[in-house]
Design a protein around this ligand. Structure first.
Ligand SMILES: Nc1ncnc2c1ncn2[C@@H]1O[C@H](COP(=O)(O)OP(=O)(O)OP(=O)(O)O)[C@@H](O)[C@H]1O
Ligand SMILES: C[C@@](O)(CCOP(=O)(O)OP(=O)(O)O)CC(=O)O
Length: 396
């Protein structure tokens, strides 16, 4: 039987605290502003990808969650072309290397969370795909270099090449060779960062990020102010807040940036709405919580959809989860917090009567919660999703 070469990697989801919104080059996914994100733990949300190649494979194929998935999209093809050309360069220098760059690829991938549900599956998906192929090809490129390939798959995917706190530097060059992800701080610099995700029940968004940001770039005046004057300053301040582990500052900037991004969506013509009434209820709960605490202990942020991600520190877990468990405690996702529940509390100054008397209203609209935290970057793993006997995805 012809030899099958294979390698597997996992990669995380990242949720931006300073949003990427707008492209200056749609083909290369070059952004109009720099952005910052927190990488979330792969214990809770991760993609596992096995990349394989063989001279016996007749075409490039991708299986996602057990089903064949299109691989011939311009973005995926751009990623594969870059990786193959880096491998070809190695092969041209060393005759002994097998000519993997000429073989067709078979990629098998699984997300352990809902795909295309506004939970950044494309970011984890492209980061895992690039990491697994780079491992298969034994490429020497570092994470920043690989992030530039992931960026061509999906802009935000470039930040999933790192763990911890990550910046995507927008760069200036036309060929995108300076538009890459870099580490702001590793997980262990500020491991106390937690994230509560409220998955809001909704149909698939009707305006994709890609088309939404193009509409904003073309029509929003507010957006010009955002990229010229707001984000450049915020980028520096947010990096500093991470280095200083200044949660109040980090949280304020995160909240303001989510608001600014959604304002630009509303200012687009015709307007784009990603948040819904449930999202607004969650914003209200976070605001009331921070007011009751007398300082910012929780920061909400929303991507191009209604799901809320709430960042908070471990030291405020009982107060933050106490409130959200009160409202959404009936939902799936609290199993992880079982041992903490006895310590959950409602802050004395929190107007809980207001919420309790309207509980039906507040508790509706969320389908599940995910409790997670800051986590590490892509990992090389031995687990393979490929059945070497059949050359097909393993049956789970
Ligand atoms: N594991 C994966 N491997 C390769 N591609 C993937 C993988 N997971 C997701 N994708 C690609 O990303 C697409 C989903 O991206 P989409 O932007 O619609 O949703 P999302 O990333 O989950 O949500 P959002 O971008 O709003 O956070 C999938 O249809 C698929 O093409
Ligand atoms: C709101 C965002 O989540 C937008 C993400 O946009 P994508 O990275 O999904 O867009 P493409 O580059 O077109 O694939 C903000 C962010 O993650 O920074």
């Amino acid at each position: 039987m012809t030899q099958i070469y294979q390698a597997s990697c996992t990669a995380p989801v990242n949720i931006a605290t300073l949003k990427y919104w707008g492209k200056r080059d749609t083909k290369l996914n070059l952004p109009t502003n720099s952005s910052i994100s927190v990488t979330l733990s792969q214990d809770d949300l991760r993609t596992l990808t096995t990349a394989s190649c063989s001279s016996s494979f007749e075409q490039d194929t991708l299986y996602l969650n057990g089903e064949p998935h299109p691989i011939d999209t311009p973005r995926t093809l751009a990623c594969l072309a870059d990786l193959r050309s880096l491998r070809a360069a190695l092969e041209s220098k060393d005759d002994k290397l097998p000519k993997l760059s000429t073989f067709k690829l078979r990629i098998v991938s699984e997300n352990n969370f809902p795909t295309a549900a506004g939970l950044a599956s494309s970011a984890a998906g492209f980061a895992a795909l690039i990491s697994a192929i780079a491992k298969l090809y034994e490429l020497p490129q570092n994470s920043s270099e690989l992030s530039m390939i992931a960026r061509k798959g999906s802009g935000s995917a470039c930040r999933s090449l790192f763990g911890g706190y990550v910046a995507w530097e927008m760069g200036e060059l036309e060929d995108g060779s300076d538009s890459k992800a870099v580490e702001v701080a590793p997980v262990n610099h500020w491991p106390e960062m937690q994230a509560l995700i409220c998955v809001v029940c909704d149909v698939k968004k009707d305006v994709s990020s890609t088309s939404g940001m193009q509409l904003t770039v073309a029509t929003s005046d507010l957006f010009q102010e955002r990229i010229k004057n707001v984000v450049p300053k915020r980028f520096i301040e947010m990096k500093k807040s991470i280095v200083d582990k200044d949660f109040a500052k980090f949280a304020e900037l995160t909240i303001k940036d989510s608001n600014s991004f959604h304002s630009c969506c509303l200012d687009s013509y015709p307007p784009i709405f990603y948040m819904n009434d449930t999202s607004k209820k969650i914003i209200k709960l976070v605001n009331l919580l921070n007011e009751a605490a007398g300082k910012i202990i929780a920061a909400y942020t929303f991507d191009a959809g209604p799901n809320a991600v709430i960042y908070y520190l471990k030291e405020n877990e009982n107060q933050v989860l106490g409130l959200f468990n009160k409202v959404f405690g009936h939902l799936e996702g609290w199993e992880k917090a079982e041992s903490l529940k006895s310590k959950f509390e409602i802050l004395e100054k929190f107007p809980i009567d207001q919420i309790e008397s309207n509980m039906e209203f507040y508790s509706q609209g969320v389908s599940r919660v995910i409790l997670t935290q800051v986590g590490g970057g892509p990992k090389s793993v031995d687990t393979s999703l490929l059945d070497l006997e059949t050359g097909l995805p393993k049956k789970c």
